[in-house]
Design a protein. Sequence first.
Length: 455
Amino acid sequence: MGHAEETPAPGRRRVRPARSDLRQAVPTDQAIRAAVAAEQVAIERLLSRLVAAPTVLGQETRGQQVMRRAFVASGLEAREVRLDAAALRAHPGASPFSWEVAGKANIVADWGTHRSRNPRSHGERSGGHSLVLNGHIDVVSPEPLSLWSSPPFAARRDGEWLYGRGAGDMKAGLAAMVGAVRGCKRLGLEPLARIQLQSVVEEECTGNGALQCVMAEPGADGAILLEPTSLEVQTAQVGVLWFQVRVTGQPSHAGEAQPGGNAIEAAYPIIRALRELEAKLNLRPPEPFDRYPHPINLNVGVMRAGDWPSTVAAEATVHCRLALYPEQRVAELRRLVEDAIKLATSAPELQPFEVAVDYDGFGCRGYALPDTAPLVLAVSRAREHATGTAAEPFPSTATTDARSFGLYGDTPAVCFGPHAEGVHGADERVHLPSVLETAQVLALLIRDWCGLGAC
Ligand SMILES: [Zn+2]
């Protein structure tokens, strides 16, 4: 499918079109694809700069500076949306956090606002729909470093792949959304409805960065989160609960140890009980998660325990992640977790121990948008204009910031982005042709969802 070329009628003198005519001159698929392709070097350069900023939790600032400069260099005004600990803690969609967030900021840039008074939608020039383009700047730790073939925070290019922590999840998405804007601007076009670009913090631990944008900024008719989805549309996702189980006993000399007095070993039956809960949660997955044999995953991600080889371990803390379906509430899953742990600790061998459960980090619900939602169809069609094939909707067994827009911002949200491999693993990499295609799909979506007109 494509848009007809605008050709002047034969035999008529070509005149400079009036402003109102320019507005209707819809650029073709081909023109948009070419204009975005001309930004390929800029997109890859930005991606490399972003990968070089080691934006693990607490160190997001350098990456946000790169995004601010990228917005400004693309002719946009950038500003901060600072995290507000008190406001977040008062919001039902926020995840608990024990660390300092003062000084942390999302970077946002508005495009097309000067003609659109109503911030939500429908600028005076348009019947177009408003849009949020969102990416997260934070990345997970690259440990263990020994498994990487090259330093994780130095972008390494090998053929069509770019390697580095965050290359796929999801700095390529941030670079693609800037590329889409630059491509449209290269054609002298701007959106007929409001677009807000957001680079947010804390997607990998709480989702509170995106939530702060949802709280502080106007909603939109749609939000695209540029997660690596291999150019398909992610319409549903599970929620995620983080919890920490602390097992405490009495330290003693290993030579005098009573069998069963060790906090590390006391954690085993607790983990087994959590695995049983996980199995139950996977018995009858609801739609659309029933396509997966095991959509709800428990991860025992961190264990901190013990102090000395000749001292019986008196303390063990196990950090876990467990998923929940969109129908479930976080409080309900917390209860199930606590019940499972209580049952395990009632065994006689665990009597010498104190067992406590804490919540720090993710406590968020799942989210699902119908596959027939206008936003899903629009993204799918834009992908067809860009690549010749429509995008397939799919549910994810991970969580993303999309939920905050959908659940608390009255803004339908999907994830769409490039093809990446090894996310959260060693040698994470993104396929560069898919990054350009993502930018092209976004530019085509902007044309068809928001409308594009002359600057
Ligand atoms: Zn991500």
